[in-house]
Design a protein around this ligand. Sequence first.
Ligand code: X2X
Length: 340
Amino acid sequence: MVRKIMILMIALYLALVSSSYVSATTYKPEYKLSLVIGPQTPWGQAAQKFADLVKERSGGKINVKCYFAGQLFAGMQTNEFLILRQGVADFAVGSTINWSPAVKELNLFSLPFFFPDYRHLDAVKTSDPGKKIFKTIEERGVVGLAWGENGYRELTNSKRSVRKPEDLEGLKVRVVGSPIFVDTFRAMGGNPVSINWSEALTALQQGTVDGQENPVASIIIPYKLWEMNKNITIWHYTIDPLIFGVSKVTWDSFDSKDRDLIGKAAQEAMAWNLKEARKGLEGSTEAIDLLKGKGMDVVVFTSKDMETFKAKTKSVYDKWIPEIGADLVNAAEKIIKGIK
Ligand code: X2X
């Protein structure tokens, strides 16, 4: 009798162990990855690379599908962080701008004329401020696996060359629906209009707006914006990193081997993305030459031009530093000042 009970208990134990083993390795038929933009961009291609790597390395068990052009949030790009934390999207390669209404700290990257050079951005991302930002998003339900890049945001428009703040007067510029951008353009003397990226191209084509601001290699070239806007100002006024994020709900469903596989694939894909986002721009004039070849009139700011514009944005700093967190801004500023 005792023996029988023992055998029964062992059988029960084995059943429990094997069932928890099964549930730990249960995969969804499809994991959804959210993107604001299309597959023709280095941003979109990097996400597809991630999906391909993960599928191959997991022997087809982890099947990630890229949902381009805001399909998972019906175009409302500032909702992307929310759908990710809820697990509506499992993964996202998201811009800090689009996530910033949900995570105020991310407005750090949108402070006007704050990051003079790529080296400054890289140093901030890889030291304490960058780590603190990943910790903050994790506390809100999204695990950050890697940094990528959209890039320095440059101004294009159909009306005139912009070199002085007066040139912005009356210029209707499409910006993302993140409030700091409206504040910044108003402070500089422009007329900002918040429009989702899904509708921005039509607005530019139909002339309901005169211009927009986006990075050269990641957006302006792949979307051929010279067809709508002949003028470009290379003013480096904000920089827009991407974050490869995974919903915590999804992350916790993977075992440690899969997490390792996913984390490595995300880092590889984002390293590729960052290289592409800077291609022809860092230590090269190739990308700008391409724009000139397409008939664009290119104004490249000197550091003095940047200072003139930055001086106009003091109200943006006064309002947004407390929102972002003075400690975070000061820590980033210290790193920037330490790099000459
Ligand atoms: O909407 C934009 O301008 C874009 C594509 O750059 C972002 O998603 C921030």
